[in-house]
Structure formats: structure tokens, C-alpha cells
Design a protein around this ligand. Structure first.
Ligand SMILES: Cc1cc2nc3c(=O)[nH]c(=O)nc-3n(C[C@H](O)[C@H](O)[C@H](O)COP(=O)(O)OP(=O)(O)OC[C@H]3O[C@@H](n4cnc5c(N)ncnc54)[C@H](O)[C@@H]3O)c2cc1C
Ligand code: SF4
Ligand code: SF4
Length: 406
């Protein structure tokens, strides 16, 4: 079954990341999104979808189609790397606001840029992901209009399942201008939607992302609280990181019990990340079609301890580099030293490995007659051709052993 003919073909084949754009396109009366037994947010058609509606979903869903930076966004000065794609510049950067820097995931670059855009009226609101105040272990899409909205809602790395685009159509219906901050797969869906809905480029003025190692299934968070004999309904605070860099994985119950774990001990080695299947075959986890992508800067890929928070940034488009320069000039963002691709490879060894492995993994799925996302301008075949043949065959065979985990 290598064809996608229904929503369940996307979810049953592990291609869904739960982004929510399908629901936003057809409405909550036709598609519901709920947590599956595996701990993934998955859509279900609760009323039949018309052919037109399903075609629209297929044109945008990041489980079906993912493309690199649109050619129109590549400018004359863009540099190019086989793994990392187009970029205009690479440098360290972080928020100049001490609280944002401390409380955010790394150095608060994304929250700092969001604040700059709000306070200079370049956008009316920020569409981003927050903690659900009633269920702190779960995430919600949030429209933030003020600094207070933006910074008091657990807007920092939320590794568990999230559907940031389930309200994207609602955002467009406001007729207002906004910035979207989310994962690379979310950005991909928005870029695809911009081809069929002209409101997207008129209103969603900036696409900011994070370099993404994958979204963990909900069971990973459940196991964490279970290990302290805490029930989900007892939680008051649930935080994966932040309040330092990386900060602690931290929970607090309504009756005041506190528990935490260090970042390295929570994540351990990559085989324990328990990411969605879609993430294992992700052709763009590095935000190729965003305006800019923020990332961590730990040499070798893991933190050696706590620090004040130093993001690196990959400015992909002219809009991205202009935004950074303006925010630096206006005093919202501090620019650190320039970086090069070798530095980025050192900070993100798992991304380097995944980008090299993706095409072989897709081949493995195809050999099992399973569908994969269609890709364009992401160079995954070119990278595959450049790889060591043994590496490719291990990756191709490896995915076959994971097929039952879809
Ligand atoms: C799923 C996931 C995987 C990650 N993998 C990597 C990685 O491989 N390498 C790496 O360097 N860093 C990774 N990070 C961490 C982080 O995003 C980076 O450190 C990045 O530099 C942003 O730091 P910041 O301080 O600028 O972010 P902040 O200023 O704290 O802003 C974070 C932004 O991300 C948004 N956000 C958080 N969680 C989600 C979500 N689930 N879906 C959509 N939007 C969300 C928030 O709304 C906020 O706008 C990951 C984060 C997540 C959520
Ligand atoms: S990836 Fe997004 S658009 Fe595709 S099926 Fe899942 S929720 Fe819907
Ligand atoms: S790894 Fe890819 S599919 Fe998974 S959350 Fe990140 S960008 Fe989305």
C-alpha cells in the first residue's frame, strides 16, 4: 500500500506528526484530533471528507509532501551546503532580556524575536505553542498579542505531542498579520498551504523554527511522572527544560511536591528518545524552508553543564537575515561570534546522521510497499549517493526492523 487514499493511510503508516493543519483546513466538525494509545496526537475523520477537501490535505500534510526552500526565497548571496541547504549566515545569538534568556529553551532567541516583532508592531500576534494551563503535560497552539501573553505560558521546548497548526485557519481568519514559530514540519505545511491560499503570504509574515531532533510520544512524559508516582491530574507545572540552559526536566504538583531530572539523564542515548515514527524518516528536521532556524550549541551534541544560553542561528532567507539584523540593532537580540558549517555539524551530530540516513530509510519503506513523504529540493538522494554503501544498507535494513513499530 504505497498510495495515500485517506487520512487513516497517513496515520496508520506512521506518516502523521499531528501538526493539525488537516483539521484547520476542514474544521473540527469533520476532523477530530486525539491522543492515540501510542501517545501521538492523531486526526480522525468524524464525517466523510469530500475529494476536494482530501486533495487539499494531501497538498499540505507534512506526512505526504515536504519541500525545500522555494526558489524565489533563495537570494544571490545565499551559500549552500549539501547537508544543511541554503543559508545566508550562521552565528551565535540570544535574547538580551535576562528573564527571556533564562526561562526559554536555550538563549531565548525565538521568544526574543517574537517579542521584537510584537513590540515594533511588525506583527499583530505570535502563533506559537504553549503549555495547556489545565493539563500542564499537554500543549496548545497560542495566539499571543502582548509580552505578558508570550512569556507566561510555558513557551519553550515542548518535546511531547503538539498540534500547532490546528488553529492556523483561525489565525488567517483574523485578517491580522502574524509570525508563526514552530517545528520544521509545521513550517513545511505552511509553505505548502501558501501555494493554494493567498492569505498565507500576506498575513503570516515570518516563519521561525528550531532544528528538531523529533517530537517524543506522550508515553515518555507519562513514564517520567510515573517514576515519581505522580498522576497527570496532580500536576501544576511540567517543564522539559528552560530556567537555565538546558535547565532541568521539572515537575511540581498542586500540593507542592517537586521532582526533576538532568537533561542528559532524561534523554540518554538516541534510542531512548521515543520519537514519533514520522521523525525517524524526516526529510527536513533542520528547517530548510523557514526564514531562520535556531539551535543548541553544545560541542558534540550534549550539554556538559549549565550555561547562560547560547543559540546558534541559521538565517535562511533575506527576510530572516533582515529580521535578525533589525532585532540586533533594536537591542532585542545579542549577536555572538560567526560560525561555520563544521561548527553546526559538531553541535548537531544526530541531524547530520539523520539527513544522511533518510533516503535509505525511505527506500527500506518502499521495499516493504509502504508510503513515504514525497520530497523536492531536499537533496536526500544526492546525499545518499555520496554516502558509504555499507551505511546505506544498514539504514535501509534497519528501518525494516522498525516497521512493526509504525
Ligand atoms: C520537538 C523539539 C525537538 C528539538 N530538537 C532539537 C535539536 O535536534 N537540536 C537543537 O539544537 N535543539 C532542539 N530543540 C530545542 C530548541 O528548540 C532549541 O534549543 C532552539 O535553539 C530554540 O531555542 P530558543 O531558546 O530560541 O527557544 P525559545 O525562545 O524557548 O522558543 C521556543 C519556541 O518553540 C516553540 N515550540 C516549543 N515546542 C514546540 C512544539 N512541540 N511544536 C511547535 N512549536 C514549539 C515555542 O512555542 C516557542 O515559540 C528541540 C525542541 C523541540 C520542541
Ligand atoms: S501530519 Fe498534520 S496534516 Fe498530516 S495527517 Fe497528521 S495532523 Fe493531519
Ligand atoms: S523530526 Fe521532523 S517530523 Fe519530527 S517533529 Fe521534527 S520536524 Fe517534525
Amino acid at each position: 500500500m504505497s498510495q495515500i487514499n485517506s487520512l487513516s493511510d497517513i496515520t496508520n503508516n506512521g506518516l502523521c506528526i499531528g501538526c493539525g493543519i488537516c483539521q484547520s483546513l476542514v474544521g473540527t466538525d469533520k476532523i477530530s484530533i486525539s491522543m492515540s494509545e501510542k501517545g501521538r496526537l492523531e486526526p480522525k475523520a468524524i464525517k466523510p471528507l469530500s475529494n476536494l477537501e482530501f486533495e487539499k490535505i494531501k497538498k499540505t500534510c507534512p506526512g505526504v509532501i515536504v519541500e525545500g526552500l522555494p526558489q524565489t526565497e533563495v537570494n544571490n548571496n545565499s551559500k549552500h551546503d549539501l547537508i544543511w541547504g541554503y543559508y545566508n549566515s550562521l552565528f551565535y545569538a540570544w535574547s538580551t532580556d535576562k528573564d527571556i534568556r533564562f526561562q526559554s529553551s536555550t538563549g531565548g532567541l525565538l521568544n526574543g524575536l517574537s517579542l521584537y516583532l510584537l513590540e515594533t508592531n511588525k506583527v499583530d500576534f505570535v502563533l506559537h505553542t504553549a503549555g495547556d494551563p489545565d493539563n500542564p503535560m499537554r500543549s496548545l497552539p497560542k495566539f499571543s498579542y502582548t509580552k505578558k501573553d508570550l512569556l507566561n505560558c510555558e513557551s519553550r521546548s515542548r518535546y511531547g505531542p503538539a498540534s500547532p497548526l490546528s488553529k492556523f485557519n483561525e489565525a488567517l481568519d483574523t485578517n491580522k498579520k502574524f509570525v508563526f514559530v514552530g517545528k520544521p514540519c509545521d513550517i513545511s505545511a505552511i509553505r505548502q498551504l501558501s501555494k493554494i491560499d493567498e492569505r498565507v503570504n500576506k498575513q503570516c509574515l515570518y516563519l521561525l523554527t528550531l532544528v528538531c531532533g523529533g517530537s517524543t510520544e506522550f508515553t515518555k512524559s507519562q513514564d517520567f511522572i510515573n517514576s515519581f508516582k505522580v498522576k497527570e491530574e496532580e500536576l501544576d507545572i511540567f517543564r522539559y527544560r528552560g530556567y537555565g540552559n538546558p535547565g532541568l526536566m521539572y515537575i511540581k504538583t498542586k500540593d507542592g511536591r517537586e521532582h526533576d531530572k538532568e537533561y542528559n539523564s532524561f534523554w540518554g542515548d538516541e534510542s531512548n528518545w521515543r520519537v514519533h515514527f514520522r521523525c525517524k524518516i524526516c526529510p527536513d528536521a533542520i528547517g530548510e524552508c523557514s526564514d531562520l532556524a535556531a539551535l543548541d550549541t553544545w560541542p558534540g551534541g550534549s550539554p556538559a553543564g549549565e550555561d547562560e544560553g547560547f543559540n546558534a542561528v541559521i538565517a535562511r532567507t533575506k527576510k530572516g537575515i533582515n529580521l535578525l539584523n533589525d532585532a540586533i540593532k533594536a537591542g532585542y537580540i545579542e549577536k555572538g561570534d560567526d560560525l561555520n558549517i563544521d561548527d553546526i555539524n559538531d553541535f548537531q551530530p544526530h541531524q547530520l546522521n539523520k539527513k544522511k540516513a533518510v533516503y535509505a530509510r525511505h527506500l527500506g519503506l518502499k521495499k516493504n510497499n509502504l508510503p513515504t513523504p514525497q520530497t523536492q529540493r531536499l537533496r536526500i538522494k544526492e546525499i545518499y549517493d555520496n554516502n558509504d554503501k555499507k551505511f546505506n544498507s544498514i539504514e535501509e535494513e534497519g528501518i525494516t526492523s522498525r516497521v512493526e513499530k509504525i
